[in-house]
Design a protein around this ligand. Structure first.
Ligand code: SF4
Ligand code: SF4
Length: 421
């Protein structure tokens, strides 16, 4: 992020245009269907929020550098070169009005992965100095402190002591040779420490050998959200080093959507080699324990529940059936929202939007889409599996005067655990 300039940004755009990006731009038929998939367009009806339009500067560089007619026009001085003013105008489109939710990529009739392209475009935006201040601050803290929220080890240790006192169970830290190393998001540590208590109770009952690393407990990856691959790789490497040091066989990604995408799907590519351990999302592991008969439930939740699919866990991550099987185990009255699973609508705060205070009004405006979904099912409570979604759902519900509690699926299971092991 230091030394950012227009030249560096344009260079990063050129580097970002790989074979998939080039083929996506050349196959776009300009049908505009992606607009109908994006909550920023549907809730504002402003055409500037059409997903493919958010990529216009990157498309211009692709045309000028990698197509015959574009190169000819450039050589004849007929095409307009990108300027800082262009990038400044696009900054809010690429960061404030895109949660990297992937819904547009699902809808595009020619299969263009627009989300992939927006991530690529963010590489050039960050290199040119056009990233939001909130996200720059979060990324700096992630690099220097180890957490985008500035959560240090003593804060985690204090929460662990509190959880141990409350549950009467010990929370293992730096246990070499454990089967599973648990990552946590800063939001879980600071806002939802009950999640750590729920894990301790479930793993105690199910007999899971686990640990937290004192050297790499943060699950989120601001490098991916801002679009700086070197930082993203450095943050993944910290987890790889900690897992290697503790000789664990598996790393658990917690209730955080982007953390799962970063470590599970992007991690090995970022560090340039396969991991020596397996990455599982906490819901995948809980579903395995359920299938093995190691999760015993005392009673079922009777409230009418609905499940909010976090985009990076369901749509981009493929963990769709596991939460539903777990909910079937623990809840009596489940109602699906319209357009659920891989087609669920984003809460509006992923992809770094929640770290970008400038986007607060917009994210609450587009929450109308989630409100409409909830109005159809009228649940007593919403269950989800991402602490970022959870905070934004609570914000959005408050904004629209809806009194619906938001629950964590892991915590719900822990609440209904039978006493027996
Ligand atoms: S839906 Fe696909 S083909 Fe249609 S405008 Fe959007 S990116 Fe282009
Ligand atoms: S990834 Fe989601 S928020 Fe971003 S442009 Fe596509 S539909 Fe809109």
């Amino acid at each position: 992020m230091s030394g950012a300039s227009l030249e560096r940004g344009i260079h990063a755009f050129k580097e970002a245009i790989d074979a998939p990006v080039a083929s996506f731009f050349s196959s776009c038929v300009r049908c505009g269907l992606c607009s109908k998939a994006c909550l920023f367009y549907t809730e504002t009806e402003d055409p500037k929020y059409t997903p493919i339009h958010k990529l216009e500067p990157l498309r211009r560089v692709w045309r000028q550098e990698y197509t015959f007619w574009g190169r000819l026009a450039s050589a004849l001085g007929l095409s307009k070169q990108l300027t800082d003013a262009d990038l400044e105008a696009w900054e809010t489109l690429v960061y404030d009005s895109c949660t990297l939710c992937g819904r547009c990529s699902m809808i595009c009739p020619v299969g263009n992965d627009i989300t992939y392209m927006i991530r690529k475009m963010r590489e050039g935006m960050a290199a040119s100095g056009h990233a939001p201040p909130g996200l720059i601050g979060a990324t700096r803290r992630a690099v220097t402190i180890g957490s985008p929220m500035g959560v240090k080890l003593p804060a985690l240790q204090a929460q662990i002591r509190h959880v141990e006192k409350e549950t009467g169970l010990s929370v293992p830290v730096d246990v070499e040779g454990a089967d599973y190393m648990l990552l946590l998001s800063s939001m879980e540590i600071m806002n939802f420490p009950e999640f750590i208590g729920a894990i301790a109770r479930i793993f105690d009952k199910a007999g899971v050998s686990w640990t937290i690393s004192s050297e790499a407990f943060e699950a989120t990856n601001s490098g991916i959200q801002i679009g700086v691959s070197e930082i993203a790789a450095e943050l993944v490497q910290r987890v790889v080093d900690a897992a290697g040091k503790l000789k664990v066989k598996n790393v658990i990604s917690p209730e955080c959507g982007h953390a799962y995408m970063a470590i599970r799907w992007e991690g090995p590519n970022l560090v340039g080699k396969p991991f020596d351990f397996k990455v599982v999302h906490i819901l995948e592991l809980l579903d395995e324990l359920r299938a093995q008969g190691r999760l015993k439930i005392s009673d079922k939740e009777v409230q009418r529940l609905t499940y909010h699919d976090p985009c990076q866990i369901s749509r981009r991550g493929g963990v769709v059936e596991q939460p539903r099987r777990l909910l079937d185990m623990v809840a009596e009255n489940m109602a699906e929202m319209p357009e659920t699973g891989t087609l669920n609508w984003c809460c509006g705060a992923g992809g770094g939007v929640s770290s970008n205070e400038r986007a607060d009004d917009l994210r609450l405006t587009v929450f109308k889409r989630k409100k409409a979904q909830l109005d159809k099912v009228k649940p007593d409570a919403i269950v989800s599996a991402c602490s970022n979604c959870r905070i934004h759902l609570e914000d959005g519900l408050e904004e629209y005067g809806m009194e619906i509690p938001v629950l964590s699926l892991t915590e719900l299971i822990a609440e209904h655990l039978a006493d027996e092991k």
